[in-house]
Design a binder for this molecule. Structure first.
Ligand code: GAL
Length: 379
């Protein structure tokens, strides 16, 4: 009898060990092959959890420096375990036969994010759009919709958000135009006065035409209200902007935050009724130190918590820039930092840096490099 018991115990342990070995690991910076054996091509991406699967949407890049522009569109992949990815094809295609189209091939179409509107049953994609041949001057938001999660998404419009609306926390100084000679002196007429506290008056300059929107993200709160977070005012200040109920437009309710902090690559998540934001500094494709902030409500007050990264290369966010924070379905306290390790010389070879957030006793999120980890980390 004792022998049978022992045998039972041993086989149980063996079973446990073999189950453990089966959980697949996430290895940042490596080549991540999809079901066709091709490196995943979804940069500056985001995730949507829908009907039991994760859908990853990101910029499809091509080889070389040319690959930093959009020649194909937004690529979609699906997975149940965040490790095995199925190629679902191009969810939003750039337009190849109409050079006048806002999303014509060769435009800049970055940081696409998709959310699901359960009332309209539509999948809604927002992205950062720069019109072809205009560098990064257009600073527009693009919107596309689809009835199916994997697309095809149809382009709806592009625009600068919140035209004709002042933010909820506007100050009187923002409404007063700065004299042309002052603008010229400080910033070649562009409307920014770096280093001068709260002096950016681009808000007023862009009041009528809408606010600049570059690096961007979406966040859907527990009550279904969606928010658009974007680098505005020549990248100097973030805006958090509530969307309309159909998620297709800005509602006109927005705030400006982290004024003059030049935050890019924003990503918001929520844990235990607190809102968290991770963002980067503003140094183009080159990595820099991330910033973490938290707030009791999405409209603030936001408080900066400093760099969440620890260890080697923490001052460079482990050579990556944030693109999304994934709330892992069905687990507690399970949030994944998703970042891009850009390769601007050969855009297609950008790598993905995914790390689990750890939380200190007082609930402050922290990131450490891990060569390899699995979702068991959260158990
Ligand atoms: C980064 C930004 C990227 C891309 C790049 C272009 O700062 O996060 O999405 O726009 O600049 O230089």
């Amino acid at each position: 009898m004792e022998f049978v018991k022992l045998l039972f115990k041993v086989s149980f342990v063996v079973l446990l060990i073999s189950c453990k070995q089966e959980s697949k690991t996430i290895k940042s910076d490596e080549i991540w092959l999809d079901n066709n054996g091709v490196h995943i091509n979804a940069h500056g991406g985001g995730m949507l959890f829908y009907d039991g699967k994760y859908y990853w949407f990101g910029e499809h890049k091509i080889e070389g420096e040319k690959g930093n522009k959009a020649w194909v569109g937004v690529h979609c992949y699906s997975s149940k375990n965040l490790v095995d990815w199925k190629d679902e094809g191009i969810a939003l295609e750039v337009i190849t036969n109409n050079p006048e189209h806002e999303i014509t091939e060769g435009c800049v179409l970055e940081r696409p994010k998709v959310i699901y509107n359960s009332a309209s049953k539509k999948f809604v994609m927002w992205f950062h759009l720069e019109l072809k041949g205009q560098g990064y001057d257009a600073a527009r938001s693009g919107v596309a919709v689809s009835d199916k999660v994997t697309g095809p998404f149809e382009f709806v419009k592009s625009f600068r958000p919140n035209a004709g609306r002042w933010p909820l926390n506007v100050k009187e100084i923002h409404k007063q135009p700065i004299a042309d000679d002052v603008l010229e002196k400080y910033c070649g007429g562009k409307g920014c006065l770096p280093g001068h506290p709260d002096s950016v008056n681009i808000l007023g300059r862009d009041f009528e035409g809408g606010q600049m929107a570059r690096d961007q993200n979406l966040f859907v709160d527990d009550d279904g209200t969606a928010y658009h977070i974007y680098s505005s005012e020549e990248n100097s200040t973030l805006h958090i902007s509530k969307l309309t109920d159909d998620y297709l437009s800005d509602s006109g309710d927005f705030i400006r935050v982290f004024s003059d902090r030049y935050m890019e690559a924003p990503a918001i998540f929520k844990n235990k009724n607190k809102y968290f934001l991770i963002a980067s500094d503003c140094t183009g494709w080159a990595p820099n130190a991330a910033r973490m902030a938290w707030a009791p409500t999405i409209f603030g007050p936001w408080e900066e918590l400093g760099n969440p990264c620890f260890g080697d290369e923490s001052n460079l966010t482990f050579r990556s820039q944030s693109t999304y924070v994934l709330t892992v379905s069905g687990k507690e306290n399970a949030f994944i930092y998703m970042g891009d390790r850009w390769n601007p010389e050969n855009a297609i070879d950008g790598r993905y840096i995914w790390l689990p957030f750890q939380f200190s006793e007082n609930g402050i999120p922290k990131l450490e490099w891990m060569d390899e980890w699995s979702l068991d980390y959260f158990d």
